[in-house]
Design a protein around this ligand. Structure first.
Ligand SMILES: Cc1cc2nc3c(=O)[nH]c(=O)nc-3n(C[C@H](O)[C@H](O)[C@H](O)COP(=O)(O)O)c2cc1C
Length: 360
C-alpha cells in the first residue's frame, strides 16, 4: 500500500481519536440535561417492547448506527472487520469512513469492502466528504464509492471546521449545495448528509430538504471534537493549534440539533456524544428516528475486537429498551411521538431562544 498523505493522516486520526481528551462528553454531557419522564405504570410486558427498525430495506434489531469512521489503511482493516462482525451479528446499520483514500489508491479498497463482505444483512453506508463530490468528477466519485462496497446509501460529510484547522485541509466549499442536489438526482441510492461533531441547524435542514435530501445525521457538538484532533496534528506553536482549542466546543449541542433538524421534517439520526443506550433513547425521544455513535464502538473494536463491539451494542440495546419501557412506550416510534422528555438549563434557554426565531 502506498504510504501517502491521506494514509498517514488516517493513522494519525486513529491514534489521536483514542485519547480521551478529544471527547467532549468527558467534560460536559449535554444528554444529562435531557430527562425522560418516568411512567410508573407501564401497562405492557417488557418482553413485548420492540426496538426493531426498518431502514433502507433491512429489518434491524435496533434503531442504531455504527457511524462511519475508518478505512484506507492496514490499521483500519482490522477495525472495520471487528465493527462489521458486530453489526452483522447484532443486526444494526454500519457506515465506513471516508473513501477518498480508495478513490486515489485502488490497493486499499479491501479495507472498506471487508465491511460489505461481513455485514451482508444490514445497511452499509458509503462515505465521502463534501469536497470530494464537487466539480465534474463529483457524481462519478460518489458512484464509485457506492459501487466499491455495494452500499445501500451514501453519507456525505460536512466538516468545514475540521478542514479549516487541518493544515492541508480543503478551503473552498463553493457549489456544495448544487453538487449535493446533482448527487440526489444522479444516484440510485439515498444520499444522507452528516456533520462530524458540530451539528446541523434547522435552517440548513430546510435547505437540504428543498434539494431532495431525506436523511440527516446531525453529529452534533458534545462528543468527538475534530477541531481538537486536527489541533493535535498541528505544530505545537501554530495558530491552528491555538484555534483548535478555542473552537473545540464550536457547534450545535446534539440534543438541540436533533430537535432543530427533525422539526424540518427530515428523517434524523441523532449522533455526537451518544455514549450509552440511555443517550440513544433520548435522541429518539427528542425526534430522531435512530441514534448513532462512533467513538464508543471504535474504542471497543481496538480494545476488545468484535466481541467488545457486540457487547457494547447489546448494552445500548438493553438500555434503549429499558428507557422505552419505562416511559410507557412499547416502540421507539411511540417514544418519539410521546415527547416524554424535559430539558434542563442551559438547553432549555438555548431552545427557547432558537424557537422564538424559528417557530419550532
Ligand atoms: C476515529 C474516527 C474516524 C472518523 N472518520 C470519519 C469519516 O471518515 N467520515 C465521517 O463522515 N465521519 C467520521 N467520523 C465522525 C463520526 O462519524 C461521528 O460523526 C462523530 O465522531 C461523532 O460521533 P461520536 O461523538 O460518537 O464520536 C470519525 C469519527 C471517529 C471517532
Amino acid at each position: 500500500m502506498r504510504e501517502d498523505l491521506t494514509n498517514r493522516r488516517k493513522v494519525e486520526h486513529i491514534e489521536i481519536a483514542l485519547s480521551d481528551d478529544i471527547d467532549l462528553s468527558n467534560n460536559c454531557r449535554w444528554f444529562d440535561f435531557v430527562r425522560l419522564i418516568h411512567n410508573a405504570l407501564p401497562d405492557s410486558s417488557f418482553e413485548e417492547t420492540q426496538l426493531n427498525w426498518s431502514f433502507l430495506g433491512y429489518e434491524l434489531e435496533a434503531p442504531l448506527l455504527i457511524e462511519g469512521m475508518t478505512g484506507g489503511h492496514e490499521a483500519s482493516l482490522k477495525i472495520n472487520e471487528a465493527l462489521a462482525r458486530a453489526a452483522q451479528s447484532e443486526r444494526v446499520a454500519i457506515g465506513v469512513g471516508s473513501q477518498r483514500a480508495a478513490l486515489k489508491d485502488y490497493s486499499v479498497v479491501g479495507t472498506y469492502r471487508v465491511v460489505r463482505e461481513i455485514a451482508r444483512d444490514v445497511p452499509v453506508i458509503a462515505n465521502l466528504g463534501i469536497s470530494h463530490i464537487l466539480g465534474e468528477e463529483g457524481v462519478d466519485n460518489a458512484k464509485a464509492a457506492v459501487d466499491m462496497i455495494d452500499a445501500d446509501a451514501i453519507a456525505i460529510h460536512l466538516n468545514p471546521l475540521q478542514e479549516l484547522i487541518q493544515p492541508e485541509g480543503d478551503r473552498n466549499f463553493s457549489d456544495s449545495l448544487i453538487s449535493l442536489r446533482d448527487l440526489v438526482r444522479e444516484l440510485d441510492v439515498p444520499v444522507l448528509v452528516k456533520e462530524v461533531g458540530s451539528g446541523i441547524s434547522y435552517e440548513l435542514s430546510l435547505t437540504l430538504k428543498r434539494i431532495g435530501i431525506e436523511y440527516v445525521d446531525v453529529a452534533g457538538q458534545g462528543g468527538t471534537s475534530w477541531a481538537l484532533i486536527e489541533g493535535k496534528r498541528a505544530p505545537s506553536d501554530s495558530i491552528e493549534r491555538e484555534a483548535s482549542i478555542r473552537f473545540s466546543e464550536w457547534g450545535i449541542p446534539t440534543p438541540i440539533s436533533i430537535i432543530e433538524a427533525s422539526s424540518s421534517g427530515l428523517t434524523v439520526i441523532g449522533s455526537g456524544g451518544v455514549r450509552s443506550g440511555l443517550d440513544a433513547a433520548k435522541c429518539i425521544a427528542l425526534g430522531a428516528e435512530a441514534a448513532g455513535a462512533a467513538r464508543p464502538f471504535f474504542k471497543a473494536a481496538i480494545e476488545s475486537g468484535a466481541d467488545g463491539v457486540s457487547r457494547k451494542i447489546r448494552s445500548f440495546k438493553f438500555e434503549m429498551k429499558l428507557a422505552t419501557f419505562l416511559t410507557g412506550s412499547s416502540t421507539p416510534d411511540q417514544l418519539r411521538l410521546r415527547r416524554a422528555y424535559i430539558l434542563l438549563e442551559p438547553l432549555l434557554s438555548m431552545l427557547r431562544i432558537r424557537g422564538r426565531f424559528l417557530y419550532i
